[in-house]
Design a protein around this ligand. Structure first.
Ligand SMILES: [Fe+2]
Ligand SMILES: [Fe+2]
Length: 375
């Protein structure tokens, strides 16, 4: 492809001289000759030139102003500019270089000199373009890699939630529905995007601690006795430990990049793990302080756990389980509304009520495989 070169000079005879001088280059260069900066800018708005050769002293906009305009625009800032000056004044030449000229040439222009300079800046432009293309490719790769990592992180989190769900339910989409309900409530409360996203990812892990509860208690088809109930309640503590414990073995997983500091790489700084731990630990706390394991009350219970609490109960009551049928939604809402101020935060209940339409959509979309039937 021919290289495009733009010549700017207010003296027509200079332009004519250049045209004649470079006549034999027409096979490899496409050349335009204009007699003012305004005319040059007009051409530049339509054509992407590879090199500009410009005079400095011109009526109207001069060469310095031209350089400033070129450098101020994203489209033209990388076009190399050779400034041609009749002056031998070194201050003027320095100023031209200061405002972004790539090279300088003295009038009267020597043909061989001009050809050598143009070829040299064309080579420079080629390297620059290649570098820019490489950068674009790298940026694209980083973007793709980041999306892949984010997807695999989400995938692992969902599957981790499934581990706990498989132990006591085996089938069903309970954790998927809880995640969507939590998202709807958090959005209705006007929470920021980061909070909503983190809650969406970590709420399915609320019962992860059940992996540490013995089968004879977790799967017991009858009512639990006092001691068994206490053991069952330990799932909150176990869940929090899973996300908080910072064992030597865990640290060794990150040791390979000890010298490459990475934000979020350290477990204690990871907000996602913090929220997961908080939810696993406090999703059975009650607004009035009578819940477990810590007996926290009101705003001492983390917001994320207050949201999970109502979502979890709504879904459990609406769903069929081996030991109970699914309850109709109006009955579920009646039960939950009676618990406002006791089990549930009144503000969260209001957001829950506003989100019920969405909840119904999610229930239909993520119905259990074995026929969850809340109506
Ligand atoms: Fe739980
Ligand atoms: Fe649950």
């Amino acid at each position: 492809m021919k290289k495009l070169i733009l010549f700017v000079d207010d003296e027509p005879n200079v332009l004519d001289g250049l045209r004649r001088m470079l006549h034999d280059q027409r096979e490899i260069w496409e050349m335009s000759f204009v007699c003012s900066v305004d005319a040059a800018l007009d051409q530049l708005s339509e054509v992407g030139f590879d090199v500009i050769v410009s005079d400095v002293m011109m009526p109207g906009k001069d060469g310095f102003e031209f350089l400033k305009i070129l450098h101020g625009s994203e489209k033209t800032k990388n076009i190399p500019v050779i400034i041609v000056t009749g002056s031998n004044e070194s201050a003027l030449k320095r100023r031209a270089l200061d405002v972004g000229a790539t090279d300088l040439l003295s009038k009267p222009v020597d043909r061989e000199d001009l050809l050598a300079r143009i070829r040299s800046v064309l080579r420079l432009k080629l390297y620059q373009d290649e570098l820019e293309d490489q950068n674009k490719i790298l940026e694209q790769r980083v973007k793709e890699r980041t999306i892949e990592l984010e997807d695999s992180r989400r995938d692992i989190i969902w599957r981790l939630g499934k581990v706990a769900e498989f132990r006591d339910e085996e089938t069903g989409n309970h954790i998927v529905r809880v995640a969507w309900y939590c998202r709807a409530i958090a959005e209705s409360l006007g929470m920021g995007r980061d909070f909503v996203e983190m809650l969406f990812l970590t709420s399915p892990l609320h019962d992860i601690g059940k992996v540490g509860i013995p089968d004879e208690i977790l799967l017991k088809p009858a009512k639990l006795n006092h001691e068994q109930r206490e053991t069952m309640r330990q799932h909150c503590v176990i869940g929090a430990k899973i996300f908080r414990q910072d064992s030597k073995a865990m640290k060794s997983l990150f040791a390979w990049r000890e010298n490459h500091s990475h934000p979020g790489g350290k477990k204690e700084n990871n907000p996602l793990l913090k929220m997961a731990a908080s939810i696993a630990e406090t999703h059975h706390e009650w607004w009035d302080g009578t819940g477990y394991p810590r007996g926290l009350a009101r705003e001492d219970i983390p917001l994320e756990s207050r949201i999970v609490a109502i979502s979890d109960v709504y879904d459990a009551l609406c769903s069929e389980r081996p030991y109970k049928p699914a309850h109709p939604e109006r009955k579920v809402i009646a039960v939950i509304s009676k618990e406002v101020g006791r089990h549930f935060d009144p503000d969260i209940y209001n957001a829950f009520e506003k989100s019920l339409e969405e909840f119904r959509r999610f229930r239909a979309q993520f119905a259990d495989w074995n026929g969850e039937s809340c109506s």
